[in-house]
Design a protein around this ligand. Sequence first.
Ligand code: TQI
Ligand code: ZN
Ligand code: ZN
Length: 407
Amino acid sequence: MDTFRDKLKEMQQFFGLEESGELTPCTLAAMKRPRCGLSDVETFGETVKWKNKNLSYRITNYSPTMRPSQVKDAIRRAWKVWSDVTRLRFPRRSRSKADIMISFRIRDHEDEFTFDGKGGILAHAFQPGTGIGGDVHFDSEESWTVNSTGINLFAVAVHEFGHALGLQHSRDPGSAMYPAYNFVRLNEFELSYNDVRDVQEMYGESEISVKRPPPKTPEKCDPELSFDAVMTLQQELIFFKDRFMWRSHPNFHQIGITLITSLWKAVPSHINAAYETSENTILFFKGSQYWAVQQLEALHGFPKDISEFGFPQRVKAIDAVLHLQAERRTVFFTGNECWRYDEEQKQMAAGYPKPTAHEWAGVKTPLDAAVFHEGFVYFFSGHLQYKYDPIHKHVVQTMYANKWLQC
Ligand code: TQI
Ligand code: ZN
Ligand code: ZN
């Protein structure tokens, strides 16, 4: 039997809201969103879509925190995200009327979705339709930026333009339509596999598909799952994969996936290795560079070159790093070799590199990740991990790499 609560939950799911079954202000706002289905749109399942492949837009005013040229650029790039994967084209109009009118508005602005000042609601978009349909309003009181210091206009615009094209919220944490703000560096932004599938289902694929396939968001319970890096952070184990990470804390029951940038804005995706030093600095390694982060903030002067650790020029990247806090040393792994770095002397120990097989018997190389946790070392290689007893110097157990992620 469908109760009012069930109906509400269904609606909340549809809007990507928390499925509480309660009539919250957000749900009310979602219900009030205009649904027009007139001449230039058609219904598409439960949503509406544009009929036309050429959708003009016009920016009618600008943000006080950005130069007009920066706004234009962020908006143009946000449209390009969607036109790159579909047959849609988004020409800009500077004077004439356009399908999609983009503006910066303050508080009450004549559409019943009053903005709330700095913070909270950042923007909204109307689903495809005539008149206000497809229009996008940005809250003018936000500190819109081109970087991570305020609210990144590009990131929010990609999301709002998705709504303006008729896309709903997604449950995929890697999706541009996931209902959580995330800073993304312009050159690193990617739609997720689901975004591309959803928008192409509505508007068709782009004619020229030179792009590499969009990335699927990793599933923690995939038996094939491997990791880029694993580290401990105080009591937590943190697992890195592509743009994402999982945090396994002894006191939290649920292990959820989050974007790395939701915690550390400066840290790139697809890292090679990471560890927390005894000085509570976290080092992230990718290619020949490494980044240092303290209390979520990137330290000045980074990224630096890994040659600072004493690697010769031939070492272009490291596979894994293992920090042994009690011994004040760190072990780097490259190919089938390992390097011992003395944290006290701040230099590579003499006699290294050595074959990993000699120093760590039974461990498969090349490694993806290594971490010390509660008296054991865990080495990750592909979808497996090796539990190593450092006292008796042998592997005591082989397990799936994702065995910490509660599957
Ligand atoms: N604006 C909401 C959003 O775009 C407005 C909205 C759309 C809404 N559908 C809704 C509100 C259903 C309630 C119910 O999602 S926002 C994000 C997020 C916002 C939010 O300002 O809150 C982004 C704008 F959530 F994804 F981070 C941009 Cl990216
Ligand atoms: Zn508005
Ligand atoms: Zn949204």
